[in-house]
Design a protein around this ligand. Structure first.
Ligand code: TYD
Ligand code: MG
Length: 453
């Protein structure tokens, strides 16, 4: 066998070199030379079978056969189930629950065929203990464990077990001996992922890769793999709250907007099938500074409590602190509250918090954020049965948001009697029965009804 060799390629200008260089001799960039495996050329003439173009109409198209996944919140994000031959990357901060979730996946899928769980991070014993935490006793017969980091040992193991699903935990600990760069480097991570991708395509096994989001952000983390794999999911949450959101950012076989909600419990990740109720469970009614927003997570509306607190600035600049809403949107909302509603916030510190550790990126929560700040400033609680939906514009106008009727139905379903929404033409069939819809043109008008501006 001809041994493949390693070359170094500048990531900036593409210049190749035989040795590792600190600086690119062509463009002068530092640390831009990255190792790459160059496959040896064998003989002459055409190396590949030439593929022929096909008529589109002659290609059979049927729905992908999916392996049903009994974890509903997970299946929702994947688009219904696991697609054989696909590669799914699950990214997330260390400790967020990736290994736990994938072990649970392995456990439930082992009923339908062999599953191979490969760990380069934990020992068999640690994994065994985790299994005991999740299912208490026993273990499915067809779940196989392998603690291995070398791709040259992993590939034959996959071929031998011929599983329906393989979990590789994590892609950063996996390495191939053909490259002399260390495990976790961009080259290693990319090379291993593309080989696993090829293996998945050839053999039809579905591969789940764990990718840690590294401190340096994009470097050698899940970002560099996004174009190689079929599906990219991120597990989000923080260490202070038990909620975890599984979000899809790329999916060749399903929607990219869906979100699965889980709660880290004593025996693994538990599905949260009624997230709104859960997020509102600890709400204290009749306390100033609390407002309910209705955000969309994928196709699912979610009611969350927004808390606002204002307190006189003791010295220097007034502070603005946010947890869960975009900082710049908060600044905008505060500016509109001062200029268009006449709320004097220039000598107030303002804190905004989304309860449950949730992060909201939608402007649709603007109105609720404004209402929470206003209510705290006036020290008057908002009625407990009102939810707020709407984006706030620079001139203080309320702007409409997508999927208004889905949001209103969710509020109504959870027992809210009133919603404040932007003024638009709203046909009667869009108004959920029994829900009082209060339409407002501006932020001022929206708040006046409750707090008297
Ligand atoms: P883990 O899945 O190891 O995270 P990752 O693979 O993303 O690094 O999750 C680790 C955390 O989850 C750890 O702090 C312990 C906690 N945990 C529970 O709270 N309950 C459980 O049943 C399990 C297995 C873990
Ligand atoms: Mg882990």
């Amino acid at each position: 066998m001809v041994k493949s060799k390693t070359e170094y390629v500048c990531q900036q200008c593409g210049r190749r070199a035989a040795k590792a260089l600190g600086r690119c001799p062509q463009c002068g960039a530092w640390n831009s030379m990255v190792a790459e495996v160059v496959a040896p050329k064998r003989g002459r003439g055409p190396k590949v079978e030439i593929s022929q173009p096909m008529r589109l109409m002659e290609i059979e198209g049927e729905d992908e056969d999916r392996i049903p996944l009994p974890i509903g919140e997970f299946a929702r994000v994947l688009g219904g189930g696991v697609v054989p031959g696909s590669v799914v990357l699950i990214g997330g901060d260390p400790g967020i629950g990736k290994s736990t979730l994938l072990l649970q996946l392995a456990l439930v899928l082992a009923d339908q065929g062999s599953v191979l769980y490969i760990s380069g991070e934990e020992s068999e014993r640690q994994i065994r203990n985790r299994v005991t935490r999740i299912i208490h006793d026993g273990a499915p017969e067809d779940l196989f464990l392998l603690t291995e980091t070398n791709l040259e040992a992993i590939t034959p193991a996959i071929e031998r077990t011929s599983p329906i699903v393989v979990v590789v935990d994590s892609i950063q600990t996996t390495h191939t001996s053909e490259l002399d760069s260390s495990a976790g480097s961009i080259t290693q991570v990319r090379e291993c992922a593309s080989r696993l991708q090829a293996l998945a395509k050839d053999s039809g096994v579905a591969v789940f890769l764990v990718g840690h989001v590294t401190k340096e952000g994009a470097i050698a983390g899940p970002k560099v793999l996004e174009h190689i794999v079929d599906t990219v999911l991120y597990l989000e949450g923080d260490n202070f709250h038990a909620y975890r959101l599984l979000r899809s950012v790329k999916n060749r076989f399903g929607p990219t907007t869906e979100v699965g909600v889980f709660e880290m419990g004593a025996s693994g990740m538990e599905e949260v099938t009624n997230p709104s109720e859960t997020f509102l469970a600890e709400r204290v009614v009749d306390s100033p500074g609390s407002a309910i927003a209705v955000t969309m997570e994928g196709t699912r509306p979610l009611l969350v409590e927004i808390q606002g607190l204002t307190s006189a600035t003791t010295f220097g600049h007034p502070r603005r602190t946010t947890n869960g809403v975009d900082f710049n949107r908060l600044l905008l909302t505060i500016a509109v509250l001062s200029r268009r509603v006449g709320l004097r916030l220039s000598d107030q510190d303002v804190f905004v918090n989304v309860v449950g550790g949730l992060r909201i990126s939608e402007p649709a929560a603007d109105l609720a954020v404004a209402a929470a700040i206003f209510s705290s400033m006036k020290d008057v609680p908002l009625p407990a049965d009102v939810a707020f939906i709407g984006e706030v514009g620079l001139s203080g106008e309320l702007r409409t948001v997508p999927q208004l009727s889905a949001r209103m139905s969710e509020a109504s379903k959870l027992g809210f009697q009133r919603v404040v929404v932007p003024k638009i033409d709203l046909s009667d069939d869009l108004r959920p029965e029994g829900l009082q819809v209060i339409q407002a043109r501006s932020l001022r008008e929206a708040l006046a009804g409750f707090l008297g501006t």
